[in-house]
Structure formats: structure tokens, C-alpha cells
Write a protein that binds this ligand. Sequence first.
Ligand code: ATP
Ligand code: MG
Ligand code: MG
Ligand code: MG
Length: 479
Amino acid sequence: MKSQDIRAKYLEFFKSKGHTIVPSAPMVLKNDPTLMFVNSGMAPFKEYFLGQAKPPNTRLTDSQKCLRVSGKHNDLEEVGYDTYHHTLFEMLGNWSFGDYFKKEAIAWCWELLTEVYGIDKDILYVTVFEGDEADGTPMDQEAYDFWKEIVAEDRILMGNKKDNFWEMGDQGPCGPCSEIHVDIRSAEEKAKVDGKSLVNEDHPQVVEIWNLVFMQYNRKANGSLEMLPNKHIDTGMGFERLCMVMQGVQSNYDTDVFTPIIREIETISKTEYGKDEKVDIAIRVISDHVRAVAFSIADGQLPSNTGAGYVIRRILRRAVRYSFTFLDQKEPFIYRLVNILSTKMGEAFPELKAQKQLIQNVIKEEEMSFLRTLDQGLVLLNGVIDHASTSVISGEKAFELYDTYGFPIDLTSLILREKGLELDEAGFHAAMEKQKLRSRSASEMSTGDWTILIEDAIQEFVGYDTLEAPVKITRYRKV
Ligand code: ATP
Ligand code: MG
Ligand code: MG
Ligand code: MG
């Protein structure tokens, strides 16, 4: 089944169960101070769950564009290295706002997977919240009993609070969840671990596909739980992972969501996917990141030097670094992938088609400017190397390259390593700390009537791989 049909089937199925199909909300949030990007299907519906707004129907269904590159969900480092975490992905969802609850959510989930999609029951596992003694939350017996009616008991596994209990924050709506996992290992692979399920163990062929959240409690300020008067259903299924299962392949990148982009990368860069692990990682990174960047621009978030724009700029630069280093691309080329992306996804997401020209121009411009930076940086770095009197290059010098010229530190390390030299990392980090202190006091002086809102969340993002962060990024709100 083609990915387009897989998406359509999901929406039609829930439409047939009384749901209204709604379009994806934009991925970039302008008015939510707690979140930079939509990172799950529920984010745009927060107000409905909190009772602050009324949904157009008590049953909705959609495919929401999500981006997991900052804050609580940051999968960026996984992307390219594994085969099932993306920066941008689609989350298929069905929603009940005080309408149906566990019984229907469970029965429809199973009906859709096994009857409509025809997925073999023997590759599916279901998890149920086991309860938490320390915090007094009971096991989800109700869900267990509903599952037991339709799923063999040896396929139902107990899960802990981390995987099987969802909370919006320290306070507010929360509840247990049931997840569906697929096991697409071969019989020989399974035999190797003697029947062990490997669910939630980061195995590339034993993957979570769907999460059904049963919002039944409200967590009060003192930490205790009370039953919500209106119970809600919030489900999220990873579309690309579902396509992997439905198309009988072992990686999201082997589905028709990604193969057209990958073929285009192969053609342009004269490489072949599947021959060399380093090249493969680069190809996966680029095919993933072009989607994230293109969709963000289509949603109005252009790359820039602050806030959400800076996150997007970093994602694009990450893609350029991989193409520069591992695919030997010294000219802009990521923008050339936008055409195929918009052809393939433009029907489901018309904003891509409508903004195609802008997306291409912006990406090309960004690529050119970053490639210039890389060129200049290389000349400067070679100068440093030529004048080096020891095999350890000073952290101060590397920081100058990074801070003044935007030359990524990991590229510096890589080049030094290739030449048998070393980077003084401690010196680099010390210089970075000094610079942070300087810019902090500068910004405090100039922002009198602005309050810092979510500095921590963004700084967490900056910290994952000390690559390029010459800019202090802090979001401000006028008070
Ligand atoms: P995982 O444990 O695999 O990281 P998760 O538990 O963080 O997934 P949820 O927050 O439960 O994911 O989101 C619902 C669904 O969205 C998941 O079951 C999965 O299919 C999909 N999903 C989550 N993160 C990603 C990602 N980075 N890329 C693609 N799909 C994802
Ligand atoms: Mg996760
Ligand atoms: Mg999980
Ligand atoms: Mg989950």
C-alpha cells in the first residue's frame, strides 16, 4: 500500500467512526511559551483538553506534523544513526474530548491494524501501565481487561511509568497509556534471544508504532490524583513507522516516504545508498532534514539567528555538514530536493506546493552562505595547522574560528584528526564559557522590560553537540 493510501485509510477509518477530519496545525507555535514546535499530536489541542476552548466535534482525527528537536523530546542525535526516529514526522491521531473512552479506543485500534491494514497479529505487542506504588497510581486493570478480550495474553506486556503514563506537566490532565509495538525480526533473529520480546529496548526491528493515552486523572498541586469529570482519548501513531510495517521493509528510509528523496540524493551526489555506513548516515540525515526545514519554511518559520529560526538554521547546517563531509558536496544541493518533496507530499500538505519557490530560494541562500563560511574556515584552519608548533591545536584558536566565523567545531576536530593532530577541547569549552558570560551580561543590560521565558529549553538544545552556537539564544516576552 502506498503511503498516501495508508494515511487516507487512517483518516477514513476514524471518519467512519464519527470523527471529523481536521488538517494538521502549523508546526511552529507562535503563542505557546512552553513549546517552540509542535512535538506531538496533542499540542494543538491543549486548550480543548484543559476545557479552555470547545472543539468543532467531540471526535477528531488528523495527521499532525511534529518536530522533535528541542525540549522534552529531542531526537536529533538519533536521526540518521537509527532508522526510525526523525526530526519531522507525521503523527496520526484520533481524539475524544469527553466522548468515547478506553473500550472504543482499544477496539478501533485493533480493528484498524489487523483488519483494515491486515497486519499480522503475531508481530504485534500491546503494553499496559503496571501502576506505581511510590506515587499510589493503580495499574490500568480496565485497559488490561479490554485488551484481553481481543489479544492473546502473552502479547500483553506490563509497562512502567516512563513509557506508560502520560502527564501534560507537573499538574493537570494525565493518565495511563497503552502502546502498540511491532516485532519485524526474522525467525532466526528471534531465536537468538530465546523468545524475549525486546519491546522498549531500542531494537531497530522491535519498534513502538502507536500510543493510546487515556486521560482520566487530574494531577493536583499537592501531587495527588483526582478523576477527571470528562475523560479524553489522545492517540498518536508514527506514520513513517506504520509505512515501514505496511510496506514490509526494515527501515523508515526504505518506504516510499523517503525513497524518492534518497534516489534524488544518489543521482545528484553520484553515491549509492546501502554501500557504506558513513554515506548512508549522511543520506539519511539529509533526506530527513530537508523535510524538517522545508515544512518549517512553509509554515512561516525561516532560518534565522534566534529562537525557533535558529533551531531550523542548525538543522539545515547539520545537513550541509554531512553532505560536505561525507558526500563531497561543495556546492548547494539540498534545495534541489525540494522539488521531489513537494511533488510527493504536496497533495497531503498543499502548503509545500504553494511555497515551493520560497522554500527553494531560502534553502539555497542558506546553503551558499554556510558553504562560504566553511570555505573561509578551511583556509583559516589550514593556516593554524601550518603554524602549529605542537600536535595539539589551541582551544582558543578553534573557538575563534567557531565564534567569529561560524566554523563548526566537530568539523575542526575531524580535519585535525585526519591530519594526525588533536584539539584542546578543554580550552575550547573554557573559551565558550567565557563568551557565554560576556553575552549574558550584555543582554541583561539591553532588555530592561523583557522577561526571559524559556532560556533553559533552548539552551538544552544548544548543548547537545557543541557544534555551532555563536549566538546567544533566548526568547523574550514583553511584559
Ligand atoms: P520512542 O519511544 O520510539 O522514542 P515515543 O514514546 O517517544 O517513541 P510518543 O511520544 O509516544 O513516542 O509518540 C507517539 C508515536 O509517534 C510513537 O509511538 C512513534 O510511532 C512516533 N514517534 C515518536 N517519536 C518519533 C520520531 N522522532 N520519529 C518518528 N516517529 C516518532
Ligand atoms: Mg521518544
Ligand atoms: Mg516510547
Ligand atoms: Mg510512546
